[in-house]
Design a protein around this ligand. Structure first.
Ligand code: ADP
Length: 160
């Protein structure tokens, strides 16, 4: 079975992330969305909150998608799960250098894990969790950039 791990912070999930999942399911039979539990990053939302928002936003009621969390090295998590493909999204040129670096480091750490990229959709090319949070904090309309549950959550976090 062709399975890929889609790792990230998802703080919070955006329509850009969801488009990668949807398009990823064209290439893979199953996708494991793996939420990074990073002790030194200070996320806006807890891992439990991020997972709940992802689960409430999945296309097709979440068929063929699993949501999980990991800490430590991604390649160790992939080995533990018996998965050999990492799925990442590519947006603006700025993503490229970072993603190239990560893919090569991961390949160096575990040669049997390969990273596959899916290009961002035009509509979400500039959408990032950070941009969405900043816009929500300042009272901007982010309804076209995130699933409805995320919009509601960010209104709670940033009441105006
Ligand atoms: P990280 O904190 O590891 O950068 P993110 O949660 O920001 O993780 O993103 C996870 C993956 O999803 C990354 O490969 C990122 O490039 C991709 N991604 C994020 N936003 C978009 C988007 N709007 N369109 C396509 N890919 C995206």
């Amino acid at each position: 079975m062709a399975v890929a791990i889609y790792p990230g912070s998802f703080d919070p999930i955006t329509n850009g992330h969801l488009s990668i999942v949807r398009n990823g399911l064209v290439a893979f039979e199953r996708i494991i969305i793996a939420v990074l539990n990073h002790p030194t990053k200070s996320p806006l939302l807890s891992v439990a909150e991020r997972i709940a928002l992802i689960e409430a936003s999945l296309p097709n009621g979440g068929a063929n998608i699993e949501v999980d969390t990991f800490d430590g090295l991604l390649v160790d998590y992939a080995r533990k799960r018996g998965v050999r493909v990492v799925l990442r999204g590519l947006r603006a040129v700025a993503d490229f250098e970072y993603e190239l670096q990560m893919a090569n480091v991961n390949r160096h750490l575990n040669e049997s894990v390969e990273t596959v990229f899916i290009m961002a959709q035009d509509a979400y090319f500039y959408v990032s969790s950070n941009v969405v949070k900043e816009a929500a904090r300042l009272g901007g309309d982010i309804s076209k950039l995130v699933p409805p549950v995320v919009g509601v959550k960010l209104k709670e976090v940033y009441p105006r």
